[in-house]
Design a protein around this ligand. Structure first.
Ligand code: PMV
Length: 365
């Protein structure tokens, strides 16, 4: 068993000796999405990542989740009612029920509790922004607050570390949404406190990266063509996966260096290599998937051409889809925004672009 998991299970024993206090109440959290610079792609059972990853926490793309709870020790199975943006959603409800039953050993009170949960995103569901990261982190935070209320006791350890652990069990990338600025998840030689069990805030970030912008070009809206669980699974049989995991570790080490010395050019090289490697993995899996669209490629060419023409620190990254994240420092935003409007907007579906930036992490609502 993993070290932190062992500690959490010991804490549950201590909790069992406490008398529950509140039986009913309401909690709420707003939690951001994130975009990875070094990608998590491939995992082992119980959401243990095959390689470490590092991401930028977004500011505007957030999920707001409110949960009303009703604790009754006589009940033996949680009942969940879930509304997303005002509508009952059966598929989401089933996913949350499955997630909650998987937390039994860490939060045994869940099985005695009814939940009425409502959730909304500030970004369109079809925009390709990782909604599982913001949704699962907001959910984990609500559960941590409910537990504190039921037992009338503040969690004695690191609240966000535990929430990151619990969010990870829902969606790996959600573990990184618990912290502002940038977060790192997964054991890597480049970061001494790193863990596969939870994410941590990136300890040293040079001023050059402190005001990062992310303009998301919506090349193709609509549901993801390949779910991330299928993508992670395909890495088990991908003939290049071992090399990919080694390359990711190498990129983590280099990225941590540039994060400290402020080398924006070095940063862009690593970030773009990571995005293209993720897509290369999808193309070389069996079956293979091409997730980019012609306009994704055209945007990439135009970004690179603009960079060599102007020398500005603009680069791109991609999630497992066609949309292109344009990444640049705030101090160069004026000229870069002009370029985005003049040369990239026409490549987007209905001209849709979401302008986001580095955010400060989750908030209670
Ligand atoms: O958290 P998951 O299982 O949805 O996987 C996320 C995978 C990527 O978004 C493609 C990369 C990452 O590290 O966020």
């Amino acid at each position: 068993m993993k070290k932190f998991e062992e500690q959490l299970i010991k804490e549950v024993e201590a909790l069992k000796s406490l008398q529950p206090g509140e039986r009913k109440g309401n909690v709420g959290w707003e939690s951001p999405s994130n975009i990875a610079f070094v990608k998590y792609w491939g995992k082992y059972p119980r959401q243990i990542p095959a390689n470490a990853s590092l991401s930028l926490t977004l500011s505007k793309a957030v999920t707001r989740t409110r949960a009303a709870y009703n604790y009754d020790p006589k009940r033996e199975k949680p009942v969940v009612q879930f509304e997303f943006e005002g509508q009952r959603k059966g598929d989401f409800t089933a996913r949350i029920e499955k997630y909650l039953s998987g937390l039994d050993e860490f939060m045994p009170w869940i099985r005695h509790t009814d939940f009425s949960i409502s959730s909304e995103n500030t970004f369109p569901h079809s925009s390709g922004i990782a909604s599982s990261a913001s949704a699962m982190s907001a959910m984990a935070l609500c559960l941590c607050d409910i537990e504190q209320e039921i037992y009338r006791q503040e969690y004695p350890g690191d609240f966000f570390r535990r929430a990151s652990f619990l969010a990870r069990l829902g969606s790996g990338s959600a573990s990184r949404s618990l912290y502002g600025k940038m977060a790192e998840w997964g054991i890597t030689a480049s970061c001494k406190d790193s863990s596969d069990e939870f994410a941590i805030p990136v300890p040293e970030i040079h001023d050059a990266f402190m005001d990062m912008k992310d303009s998301i070009l919506i090349i193709e809206s609509g549901k993801k063509r390949v779910s991330s669980s299928l993508g992670h699974d395909l890495m088990r049989s991908n003939p290049y996966s071992k090399l990919r995991f080694e390359a990711a570790e190498e990129n983590m080490q280099q990225l941590c260096n540039v994060m400290q010395n402020g080398d924006l050019g070095g940063f862009i090289d690593i970030m773009e290599n990571e995005a293209l490697s993720l897509h290369a993995m999808m193309m070389t899996s069996s079956p293979g998937y091409v997730l980019m669209q012609p306009n994704s490629l055209e945007a990439i060419h135009r970004i690179r051409e603009f960079r060599s023409r102007t020398g500005l620190a603009i680069g791109f990254t991609l999630d497992a889809g066609a949309n292109v994240h344009v990444i640049y420092p705030g101090e160069q935003a004026e000229s870069i925004r002009k370029f985005i409007d003049q040369e990239l907007k026409e490549l987007c579906e209905h001209g849709a672009i979401i302008h986001d930036e580095m955010g400060s992490g989750p908030k209670r609502i």
